[in-house]
Ligand binder design. Structure first.
Ligand SMILES: Cc1ncc(COP(=O)(O)O)c(C=O)c1O
Length: 390
């Protein structure tokens, strides 16, 4: 059997039609397959490769950490400099009271930790999430996914979860003194890049404060410069009680985190002790990689260029078949008449050397979330191929 056949046979599958490209190398904004074909990467691992694939500083940090130590002890026991330095760097960019970072292996685990923290802090059990939101695949995260199609197959899930309409003022009244937390994406990703109005997010914040409910903002896709600012919530003048991070956090290595005040986070230390633990969360190699990527993101002007690059994409992507282009920073959903049209365009793009996909709750939209390092020439080449494919 060749590698593709072995992949289909022995690697668990998540769809009946995987892309099954055999990638042998990735560099910057380009992927290379086994037949020598190149692809401009408009997916970026779904907002993981914000600083580009294999950023030299990330590789150097990983190598240095490999020479020091790999895994030594479960999270929270030893003083491990990559964790400490990365937590310090993150909180330096965050407003008070976000001062304490709990590192996990993945985004979904950050979601789980945040929901546990909210229950523990408030003594309440109600959780509010939003329609068309995606927060991960574990049972807790799945309980708050904003689609009955995905929830229903796995019931029973967490009790006490309500799904409200995102960006809808009437929904906010459903948050009460029984609500432990509201979990919302700062910008709804899989709904097709949908930002809320500033007024709505501020009203949500105010209602959470009024009812003693924790506001948990999921920036697992929206964070790390994707929106044109380091953090998505900076656009709206709100500060969450808990911030969820993942994807680009690890610079290409697996890493998630939830960030809260030290006062809130200390609830995990007692009654019961070890309130939330992990063997591999905050792995030193992942933290070293993440810190290097985070430094490069800020020091190399990548975020400054987001608006200009996004504008270039938008001016180029004009065609009668394109119904709309939803966007927020270098993050776009190009809408077609139907899923079938969108899928046909994506397939042709891939055949011509541009990698894209669609969104979970907006399957008629083509995804644009490339590394923020994408060059103007690459944007022009990618847009030309998308238009040709249409
Ligand atoms: C907004 C959002 N939250 C949470 C997650 C879950 O992250 P992970 O796949 O690392 O568990 C994802 C993953 O796509 C996501 O996009």
């Amino acid at each position: 059997m060749n590698l593709r056949q072995l992949f289909l046979q022995h690697v668990a599958q998540t769809s009946t039609a995987p892309l099954a490209l055999e990638i042998v190398k990735a560099e910057g904004c380009t992927l290379y397959d086994a037949s020598g074909r190149e692809y401009i990467d408009l997916i970026g691992g779904i907002s993981v490769a914000n600083v580009g694939h294999r950023h030299p500083a990330v590789l150097e940090a990983v190598r240095a950490q490999l020479d020091a130590y790999l895994h030594v002890m479960v999270y929270g026991e030893f003083v491990q400099s990559p964790q400490v330095r990365y937590a310090e760097a993150l909180v330096q960019t965050l407003p008070a009271p976000l001062r304490s970072v709990y590192f996990t292996n993945s985004g979904a685990e950050a979601v789980e930790g945040a929901m546990k923290l909210a229950k523990r802090v408030t003594g309440r059990t109600g959780i509010i999430a939003f329609q068309n939101s995606y927060h991960g695949s574990t049972q807790g995260a799945l309980s708050i996914i904003g689609s009955e199609y995905w929830r229903n197959a796995y019931r029973p899930l967490l009790p006490g979860v309500q799904h409200l309409v995102y960006n809808d003022f009437a929904s906010i009244d459903r948050i009460t003194t029984d609500t432990a937390c509201v979990v919302a994406e700062t910008v709804q990703a899989e709904a097709g890049v949908l930002p809320p109005s500033r007024e709505w997010l501020q009203a949500l914040r105010a209602r959470c404060t009024q009812t003693g409910t924790l506001l948990v903002l999921d920036e697992i896709q929206a964070g790390f410069g994707r929106t044109g600012r380091l953090w998505g919530f900076e656009h709206f003048d709100v500060v969450p009680d808990v911030l969820l991070l993942g994807k680009a956090l690890g610079g290409g290595m697996p890493l998630g985190a939830f960030v809260a005040s030290k006062e809130l986070m200390d609830h995990f230390t007692d009654g019961p002790v070890l309130g939330h633990i992990t063997t591999f969360g905050g792995h030193p190699v992942c933290c070293a990689a993440g810190l290097a990527a985070f430094s490069a993101l800020q020091s190399e002007g990548m975020i400054t260029d987001v608006a200009r690059k996004a504008e270039l994409f938008r001016t180029l992507l004009v065609h009668p078949a394109i119904r709309s282009v939803a966007h927020f920073g270098l993050w776009m959903a190009v809408r077609f008449e139907s899923f079938d049209v969108c899928k046909a365009v994506i397939d042709r793009c891939i055949a011509r050397g541009v990698l894209s996909d669609w969104f979970l709750f907006a399957s008629d939209c083509l995804r644009i979330s490339p590394p923020l390092t994408i060059s103007e020439a690459e944007i022009e080449a990618a847009a030309t191929i998308i238009l040709e494919s249409i």
